[in-house]
Every structure is written in C-alpha cells, then in structure tokens.
Design a protein around this ligand. Sequence first.
Ligand code: UD1
Length: 424
Amino acid sequence: MKTLDRYVVAGGNRLQGKVAISGAKNAALPILAAALLTSDESLIHNTPVIRDVGVMLEILRRLGAQVEELPEGETGRGLRIVPGALASGEVGADFTREMRSSIFLMGPLLARLGKIRISYPGGCAIGPRPIDFHLRGLEQLGAKIEERFGFIEASVPGRLKGTEVYLDFPSVGATENLMMAAVLADGVTVIRNAAREPEIVDLQNFLNRMGAKVRGAGMDVIRVQGTEALGRVEHTVIPDRIEAGTFLAAAAITKGDVTAAGVIPEHLDAICAKLREMGCITEDGEDWVRVIGPERLKATDLKTLPYPGFPTDMQPQMMALMSVAEGTSIVTETIFENRFKVAEELRRLGGNVKTEGRTAVVQGVPQLSGARVECPALREGMALVLAGLAAEGTTTIDQIVHIDRGYQNLDQKLGGLGATITRG
Ligand code: UD1
C-alpha cells in the first residue's frame, strides 16, 4: 500500500491569492467536549476537518453520544451531537495518548455524570505539559481525585460546588476545563488568572447559548453562576488564527501576496505586528488580512506569551522565517519548556539555529536548500513546510500525520496559492 505520510515541496514559488480559513481547532475541541454537558442536541458549524477533531468525535461516540456529520462548504463541516444519557464516563489510553486535549473531557463528564475515569495523558514532543492545574481546580470544586494504574479517577457525590480558583499560570486548557465543570455546579465559581485566548471567549459563547451563565472570558477573571441543567445549542466556531497566521507567514517567506479570508483580524494583531517588523506589508478589512512579503525578510526578536502576546503556536513557523532573514533573531519561548525541536530539522535545510534552554538564536542565511526532514510535531511540521517553500530544490517532509492533526486540506490550500506540494 502506498503511504501518504509525507509532503514533497518544491521551493521557489511566490504564493499569491486568497485562502479560506477553517474553523479553529483549539475552539472546536473544547466546544465538542462541552456538548456533553447536556443530553440535548448541539449543532456546531464550521468545525475543521482535521485529525484531532476526528479523534474527539470518536471519543464522543464511545461515550455513547450520537454524532452526525453535515458537509458545509470548503472551510469545515457542521456537526450534530446528541449525547443522550451517556453510556460511559471512561476515556482510554488509545485516545489520551493520541490527543492530550482529551483531558478537558474531565470537567464536562464530572459535571454531567459525577464520575470519570481517564487514562493519564502521556508526555508530548513540546515538553512535559503537566495537568496539575486541572486536577487541583477540580478538587477545589469538590471532586475526589485518585490516580492509579495509569488512570485518573474522579468522582463527586451530588453536584460540584462553586468556589474560587486561582491558576498559577493562565493555562488555556485548565481555564476551559474549570469553566465547563463550573457551569453545572452549585453556586458561583470564580477563576482568577484565567487565560484570555479568543478560543475561551468562543467557549463562553457556546456555554451561554446552552443556558449557562458565564461572564468575563477574554479577561483574567471569569465568573460562572452554576445552573442545574443546560439545553439545546447552535453555534459557529471562530476562525483559526493559527492556520491564518501560518498562511500569512507563507506569504512572508515566499515574497508572496496572500489574503487570509474569513478571519477575525484582531486575533492576528500580534502576528501581523511581527511580520511588519520583518519587513512585510499588512492590510486588513472586516474579515480578511493580507500580507505582502518583502524581497528579503529582516531579523527580529520574538517572545511567546499568553494572549494577547505572541502565540507559542506560531513560534516554530516564525523560526523558519528568521532562518532566511537578514541578520540575527532571538526567540524566547516562555510557554513551553521544550519547543525548539524544529531547530535541528531547520539545520538540515541549511539554517543556522542555536538553542540554549528557552532561547534560540537564529542567524539568517541567504538561501535554504531542500533536504529530507521529519515533523517533530504539529506547528513544527508547518515550519518545515514554510522552509521548504522558500528553499532551493525539493524538500521532503516525513511524519506529516502531525500536520494532519491541525490543518485541513493543507496541500490543496497551498496549491491554490501557487505552491507545488504533493502528498505521497
Ligand atoms: C493550549 C492549546 C495549544 C497551545 C497552548 C498555549 C488547545 C487544544 N491547545 O494547550 O495549542 O500551544 O494552549 O497557548 O487549546 N501547565 C501546567 N499545569 C497544568 C496545565 C498547564 O504546568 O495543569 C503548563 C504547561 O505545561 C505549559 C503552560 O502551562 O507550560 C501552558 O499550557 P496550557 O495553556 O495549559 O496549554 P494547553 O491548554 O495544553
């Protein structure tokens, strides 16, 4: 059987045109978990057709939910989810190993069923990614948590109880998990030092449309007034700011001219500001952002931060740009401990990247040269695609199963902009 797990990219094409951006992976995943908070129907539009969403749907089916897929045009699909009474509260290792985000099934399942058994999520290519904030927060809401035989078992007699939770770090997943647990709790929950990402605002909107009472998402204090039951909901997932940022970065690295259509421009502010520092021209309208790349990018410094700071999920792609920029760039990664895995692969393409702890120094070279490389993880894989688009000759990228986790029809979308990229 022919394996289709690599991309072959021919470098040198200038990308031009308009690309339709899909629904946000990081909004769709918690929203799909939140659909379990009711026995009623959730209609969710604009979910991206990507591997991580496929895994989440399989988990929902195994838990006993009915899942129907409704085709919905080029950027995504609609989903109809009816959990009913739910047949199970157990999520096995095959899923948690595949997708760490399955951890945020804990909040909704605990709230709905009063118990959950979930296999401990494994480590990950971008660092250890502990779940202590999730567990501590759920305990503060009244859950009893035990870890044994590789599983986390959590239970609560009756309803969870509203409380004050302070997060040591504004963790995106912990904020979402606790919001989902708190909507069915007895009383008021206040989450302090909450993450402020746009995906959290989207989750709040979804929950409130189900009948929940959540306020404050987008700020660092979120207040949830618990209710006894939630009902039918219809919602459209926000566009994926990281997918959009990646295509804009593709314009930047190919001296191209690309418009990301169907986006919320404000969500791309930090990314566009960096691209301008590197010499790009940016324009935006109500629901689009255009980037025109310069003849040669300029070096810049970059520090990843929680939103509205520069997103860590764009850091590897920016490192690809820096590797061909004029001058020396310094990258500081403050969110994850070990997110420079792409440096080694960029070196194979002729890049000059040195890393030390959470800092990387990128000395730009005039031209990368095509080679065979391997995706260490999702965004890192995209960084290699971007580098391949700018390199001389052909770049073969192995292990693109990582890219499939988060990018819908990547080869078609890039091909539509004039890239020569094939899968196989
Ligand atoms: C989410 C995103 C991911 C993004 C990340 C940071 C989803 C599905 N994934 O991941 O794409 O890169 O936000 O913007 O939305 N931490 C702890 N203890 C915890 C939880 C987190 O120490 O209990 C640490 C992590 O190890 C990491 C930092 O907090 O260093 C941020 O992680 P977090 O915001 O939780 O990321 P995720 O929700 O996993």
